[in-house]
Design a protein around this ligand. Structure first.
Ligand code: QAP
Ligand code: CO
Length: 163
């Protein structure tokens, strides 16, 4: 799978809820996990591979050596609290990293690959990765979460790099 690079318009679209979880869908998700891991990523959302569906994959930071991956389908953030500064990058904006603001803790409800509802209460890196990937589903890239001065400088840099 090819990762879409900024400013590909697909990265700015609103994604649609997933309505069926069938074998085709599961195969896509597994290919996405492989694509994320091959690219040394910690999270990858559907629009980044050109699919306008509300789902993302990421590493499971609770497992030893991050061997497991998580798949969140139709995620909804149901609680948010606190604020942290998080230094982030994005597979769709390769080579650029900057601090953004995130909630410290969130509660997220999502479906897993079996269609079962799971409630996550992540903290730390897991929490900010969920927020970063969730934003992709609304066409939001991480510069939107920077303070406005930092964002201006960052946008100038990436607009020069990716023309
Ligand atoms: C989102 O991003 C994230 O520029 C996931 O050259 C990142 O996996 C959320 C990557 C950090 C919170 C903190 C970026 C790989 C991976 C690059 C990624 C690059 C190679 C980004
Ligand atoms: Co990203």
């Amino acid at each position: 799978m090819d990762i879409k690079i900024y400013p590909d318009p697909v990265l700015f679209e609103d994604c649609e809820e997933v309505s069926v979880i069938n074998d085709d869908f599961i195969a896509k998700v597994n290919e996405m996990i492989e694509t994320m891991r091959n690219a040394d990523g910690i999270g990858l959302a559907a629009p980044q591979i050109g699919i306008l569906g509300r789902f993302f994959v990421c590493l499971d930071f609770s497992t030893e050596e991050r061997v497991d991956s998580l798949v969140l389908i139709n995620p909804v953030i149901t609680e948010k609290k606190g604020r942290v500064e998080s230094k982030e990058g994005c597979l769709s904006i390769p080579g650029f990293y900057e601090y953004v603001y995130r909630y410290e803790e969130i509660e997220v409800k999502a479906l897993d690959l079996k269609g079962k509802e799971i409630v996550y209460c992540p903290t730390g890196l897991q929490s900010v990765v969920f927020q970063h990937e969730y934003d992709h589903l609304d066409g939001i890239l991480f510069p939107e979460r920077m303070n406005s001065i930092t964002k201006d400088i960052f946008m100038k840099k990436i607009n020069k790099e990716f023309k």
